[in-house]
Write a protein that binds this ligand. Structure first.
Ligand code: ACM
Length: 265
């Protein structure tokens, strides 16, 4: 059994220090094993150009993630944090750091499916979908980011790689994902946690309203906890990752071994 929290707040666009301070303050107030923060929560979301994203982006080995890594090791907690990453290749990526107490396990996921004007600003992610295992806590965690939800292949890839828990740092501006997420949890028999943000941002004469409503679903597709649409909020639930591993649901059927990929053209 372990505890999992999602944090919903309103990052300020283009003003990293207060955002990073907020992240540290939330962490300092939480004892949970795993804490999930929204997409791009160190910088804000609505970049307009690639130059702007590159100027705000930081190396995975940079100051922000290094400080959070120290905290993770010191407090023995796992953090998932969306940030603008400057790749070693000079590209800006819309990434999430999966920060594990054991630094050898810490990893970065780069968003595979870019949404709306993100493709003007970020390079498409090249890490693919992978799972990190914490053997001490006996949990396997996979990350997808926001619009990745629209592609059932994302959650399926993570589940086939062994994820017990899929976490989804988000900056969602619609409500339709609430229809799909419980299906992603149920069809893969995994826990699924979405940390969305609140607030508004303007750019290029356009306003984006972020829809909050962060939520955590159990492996049976049932909702475990849900935030409001426009309030800062932390959700905390207890999960048992071992419950996700037997993919049979009767004596004859197993959602993984019943798959017939050769028929999926
Ligand atoms: C999104 O991918 N930020 C909706």
């Amino acid at each position: 059994m372990l505890t999992l929290s999602t944090v919903q707040f309103a990052p300020i666009f283009g003003d990293k220090p207060p955002n990073i301070n907020r992240i540290h303050d939330f962490i300092d107030s939480l004892q949970s094993d795993i804490i999930i923060f929204p997409e791009l929560c160190t910088t804000g979301y609505f970049f307009q150009t690639n130059e702007e994203a590159i100027a705000a982006a930081e190396l995975f080995s940079g100051e922000t993630i290094t400080a959070l890594q120290l905290k993770s090791t010191e407090r023995n907690q796992i953090y998932v944090i969306g940030f603008a990453e400057l790749g070693e290749d000079g590209n800006a990526y819309n990434s999430a750091a999966l920060i594990m107490p054991d630094t050898n396990l810490t990893a970065v996921y780069r968003k595979t499916h870019l949404f709306y004007k993100e493709s003007n600003c970020f390079a498409a992610g090249n890490t693919g979908f992978f799972v990190v295992e914490d053997t001490k806590r006996d949990v396997k965690i996979g990350v997808m980011i926001c619009y990745d939800w629209r592609f059932p292949e994302a959650a399926r890839s993570l589940a086939l790689a062994g994820a017990d828990l899929i976490v989804c740092p988000s900056n969602l501006v619609t409500d339709v994902w609430h229809i799909a997420m419980p299906a992603r949890a149920l069809e893969n028999k995994v826990y699924l946690a979405v940390a969305n943000r609140i607030g508004t941002e303007t750019g290029g004469g356009e306003e984006l309203v972020f829809k909050g409503d962060s939520a955590i679903w159990g492996y049976n597709g049932k909702i475990m906890a849900k935030s409001g649409v426009d309030e800062e909020s932390v959700l905390t639930v207890t999960i048992d990752p071992t419950q996700t591993r037997n993919k049979s649901f009767n004596a004859f059927n197993n959602i993984f071994t019943d798959r017939r990929p050769e028929m999926y053209k």
